[in-house]
Write a protein of this length. Structure first.
Length: 75
């Protein structure tokens, strides 16, 4: 499993509502059941490091599952 560069800095952009605030990092896993969604797992995480993501996946995704990702572009 490859999850990009661990610990690289990301810019979450500028919403006026988030100015001078730190946005929470939330990792979400959604079970795909055909054309519908199944169970959802969410967790606030401290960082986007590979070890953090692996821990979440180990706890919430069945072994042998196919994982599709939408990653935030790193700078």
């Amino acid at each position: 499993m490859t999850l990009g560069s661990a610990g690289s800095k990301r810019d979450f952009g500028g919403s006026r509502q988030l100015k001078d605030r730190r946005a929470a990092l939330v990792l979400v896993a959604v079970e795909k059941r055909g054309r519908a969604s199944g169970r959802v797992r969410m967790s606030v995480i401290p960082d986007f490091k590979a070890a953090t993501i692996r821990s979440f996946l180990t706890q919430n995704v069945a072994s042998g599952s196919t994982i599709s990702t939408t990653l935030i572009d790193s700078q």
